[in-house]
Ligand binder design. Structure first.
Ligand code: PLP
Length: 416
C-alpha cells in the first residue's frame, strides 16, 4: 500500500530573515502590475543609465563584441590579467604606487563582490559598521553572513557626511570592518577629505578593515566637490575598494566590477586566500564583460573620453541633479540636501504635514496615483519613514514633470 502524506511546504532559509533589497521589492512588483494593465510608469527607482538615453561609448561595446569568441572560455577566477592590470593602473594614477594586478579581483558587478568579500571576512556575531542610509546590499549581505550590521548615521545637516563621533561610539571589541559609500547612494554626498581621513583613522586605531564602495567615483560635480579615495588615506590601513563599470561607463548589464586590496597586505594573506577560494568556487566572472574594463579605464585617463554629458561640470547629469533638488526644495514640507555626486536625490519629507507613518505605503500610494516609482528611505536602512530616493537620470523636462506630480500628490495628501 502507498501511504500518502500531505505535500510539504518549502521555506527559505532562516538566514534570509533579515535580508532585504527593497529597491526591487514589492514597489517594483506593483509597478509591473500597473504596467501590465497598460499604464506608463516612470521608473525612478534604479540607477540604470540606458533607459534614459545614456549609452556607453561605442569603443566599450565594440571591445566586448570583438572578443566575444574568446569569451566562450572560463577565465582565471580572479579575472583576465589585462583587466586586473587596467584596474591596478587606474589606482596607480590616483597615486597608489604599490598596487599590482595581483591585488585586484574581478566580479559580476560590485554586488557579487560585496557578498563574496563579506562571506570571506565575517564570522557570526562580528559587527560591521554600515552607514544609515546605505546601499541596501551592504546591510543585506552582512545579515546573510550571520554578522551584525551596526548602522552609523550620516549627518544630513553636514552634507550627509558620516558622523565620526557616531562611528567612534559604535566601535566594540566585535567590530571587524567599517563600510563607506563615497560618493553616496542614496544621498548624493561626496565625503569631505576630513571625513575620509577621520574614517581611516578610526579603522587604523581599532584595527578595522575599510570596505570602500566607490562605484560612483567619477560622478562628482561642482567646484567644491572632489572624490577622496579611501585607499589614499593611509598605507597602514587595510582597504578593500569596490568599483566597476556600471555607472559612469554605463554598462551595468555587462556586470563588470572589481575589488582592489591595498594597505598592509602582508597581514591580510589569509583573508585574501579566502577571497580567492570563493572566487574559485564561483569559477569566474562573466568573461565578455571583463573585456570592457581595459578599454573603459583607458578612456578614463585625465582629459579623455568618459562620456562628457555625464561627468563634465555643467553636463546633463549635473544640471538634472541641481534642477531636481531645487524643484524638491520648492515643495512645502520637503527639503533636499543638493547632491554633489552620484545619480540621486534623497529628500526629507515632513511626516506630520503629510500624515506618513509608513514610507513604503507612501511610495506605493504615490505610484498608484501618479505612476511615478521612487523608493522609500527605510529601504536604505534610514531609521525614520521620512525620506525617499529619486533617480535623476531622465532629461530635465521629464524629471521636472515627475517632481511636479509628486508636489501635486502631496498637496492632495496634506493634513495641515
Ligand atoms: N554599490 C552602490 C553604492 C550602488 O549604488 C550599486 C548600484 O546601484 C552597486 C554597488 C552595485 O553595482 P553593480 O552594478 O556593480 O553590481
Amino acid at each position: 500500500t502507498v501511504t500518502t502524506r500531505p505535500a510539504p511546504t518549502y521555506h527559505q532559509s532562516a538566514r534570509l530573515r533579515d535580508v532585504r533589497y527593497d529597491v526591487r521589492g514589492p514597489i517594483l512588483t506593483e509597478a509591473m502590475r500597473l504596467e501590465a494593465q497598460g499604464h506608463d510608469i516612470l521608473r525612478l527607482n534604479l540607477g540604470n543609465m540606458r533607459p534614459f538615453g545614456l549609452d556607453a561609448r561605442p569603443e566599450i561595446v565594440e571591445a566586448v563584441a570583438r572578443d566575444l569568441g574568446d569569451g566562450q572560455a572560463y577565465s582565471d577566477s580572479r579575472g583576465i590579467p589585462v583587466a586586473r592590470e587596467a584596474v591596478a593602473e587606474h589606482y596607480r594614477r590616483c597615486g597608489i604606487d604599490q598596487i599590482s594586478a595581483e591585488d585586484v579581483f574581478l566580479g559580476n558587478g560590485v554586488s557579487e563582490l560585496i557578498t563574496l568579500v563579506l562571506q570571506a571576512l565575517v564570522n557570526p556575531g562580528d559587527e560591521i559598521l554600515v552607514p544609515a542610509p546605505d546601499y541596501p546590499t551592504w546591510t543585506g549581505a552582512v545579515n546573510l553572513t550571520g554578522g551584525v550590521p551596526v548602522h552609523y548615521l550620516a549627518d544630513e545637516a553636514n552634507g550627509w557626511n558620516p558622523s565620526l563621533e557616531d562611528i567612534e561610539s559604535k566601535v566594540t571589541p566585535r567590530t571587524k570592518a567599517l563600510v563607506l559609500i563615497n560618493p553616496n547612494n542614496p544621498t548624493g554626498a561626496v565625503y569631505s577629505e576630513e571625513t575620509v581621513r577621520g574614517m581611516a583613522d578610526i579603522a587604523r586605531r581599532h584595527g578595522l578593515v575599510l570596505l570602500s564602495d566607490e562605484i560612483y567615483e567619477e560622478l562628482v560635480f561642482g567646484d567644491a566637490a572632489h572624490h577622496h579615495a579611501a585607499l589614499a588615506a593611509g598605507s597602514d590601513v587595510l582597504c578593500l575598494t569596490f568599483g566597476g563599470l556600471s555607472k559612469a561607463y554605463r554598462v551595468c548589464g555587462y556586470r563588470a566590477g572589481w575589488v582592489a586590496a591595498t594597505g598592509p597586505l602582508d597581514h591580510a594573506a589569509d583573508l585574501l586566500e579566502g577571497i580567492t577560494l570563493l572566487s574559485n568556487m564561483r569559477v569566474c566572472p562573466n568573461v565578455p564583460g571583463q573585456y570592457a574594463i581595459p578599454v573603459a579605464l583607458a578612456a578614463g585617463t585625465p582629459g579623455s573620453a568618459l562620456p562628457a554629458d555625464v561627468v563634465d561640470p555643467g553636463g546633463r547629469l549635473q544640471s538634472q541633479l541641481a534642477m531636481a533638488s531645487d524643484a524638491l526644495n520648492a515643495i512645502p514640507g520637503v527639503s533636499c540636501v543638493p547632491p554633489r555626486g552620484a545619480l540621486y536625490c534623497f529628500p526629507r519629507i515632513d511626516r506630520e504635514m503629510y500624515g506618513i507613518d509608513d514610507d513604503e505605503e507612501f511610495v506605493l500610494d504615490l505610484l498608484r496615483s501618479e505612476h511615478v516609482l521612487v523608493t522609500h528611505g527605510t529601504g536604505f536602512n534610514w531609521p525614520e519613514p521620512d525620506h525617499f530616493r529619486i533617480v535623476c537620470l531622465p532629461e530635465a523636462g521629464v524629471l521636472e514633470r515627475a517632481i511636479a506630480s509628486i508636489g501635486d500628490y502631496l498637496a492632495r495628501r496634506r493634513l495641515r
